[in-house]
Design a protein around this ligand. Sequence first.
Ligand code: F6P
Length: 359
Amino acid sequence: MSEIKKIGILTSGGDCSGLNVAISGVIKAATLKGWKVYGIHNGTEGLTEQPLSYEELTLRNFSDTPWAKTAGSYLGSLNKGIKPGMMDEVAARFGQGARELGLDAIVVLGGDGSMGVLKYYCTKVGLKMIGIPKTIDNDTPLTDLSIGFDTACQVCMDAVDSIESTARSHHRAMIIEMMGRDAGHLALRSAVAGGADVCLIPEIDYTLEGIIAKLEAVKASGRTHAIIVVSEGIKTEKGEVLSAAKNLVGEKVHGGIGDYLTSVLSEKYKGFQIRCTRLGHIQRGGHPVYGDRMLATLFAAKAVELLDQGKTNVMVGIKEGKVSYFELEDVVAAGTKNVDVNSFYVKAAQLLGMYVGEI
Ligand code: F6P
């Protein structure tokens, strides 16, 4: 048994569906052990800014309420990046906040970036940390899945279906831009499950001619509409990743490639009228689907079990169907998890006749 009496929990980075399920699971398992759970507001900010911003979370005020099953983050999250050179100063404030609250450990729901930053803070200030991976991008390394990915795939696949009905009515080619940052997991899975004709992801180069050849083949088959899924992180022919916004520390946030491709393809190819829909932040909503509810619950239980066993600096995860955990050091060293271009998802797309680029 551990010496733990009080733990913190926070959500860091872009939100997704299933976070509240995980928070609720941690409260349930921790309460049974007699631990207190403090929810930290707005990522690390609740501990690094004065006055501290947090609340005690209980079965009664959280797990037993409808909040526990909703999308988004009840605690609030932060996706703003951190200025280089500020890490030590913020770590010191983080440590001060954790001490003021009397935390013995912290559970961090985050993606690959947050795991690295929080590992740094926690190591620096000597606070035990367990990570739980979450992101619609599914790019957290070592784990096969992160919380939120499944629901985002559902939202994206439903969007493909909705857009296909208008594409069919108007005999158009519709471009759908999906999130995912520099990884194409979300676009690829949604395109395969949704039955798209083209799917472009950052991991595979494409040509405009390749897209046009596929559109011509669709026309030749007698079908009068087409669906093109593009991941926001793909490049233009000039090798640029387009950006539609910046975060609070000035880093670019991807977006805009769908409109760009609509314009260049419309110039070169007149066989279909082309329109674009950028799904945007709708992809981060959606009621948590079964897969995410299950994953969030299993990860929460595992996180508390690991803390109780005295483990620290590890991230829970799932590998080939088994719930497991990985050293944070290895997670950080592995970097972003990209689509394996040799995976059967890519092969299946090709076997089904989808243009996935020059591969
Ligand atoms: O990492 C999650 C994610 O939704 C990415 O897919 C997307 O590029 C980014 O966050 C958007 O960030 P923001 O919420 O800052 O616009």
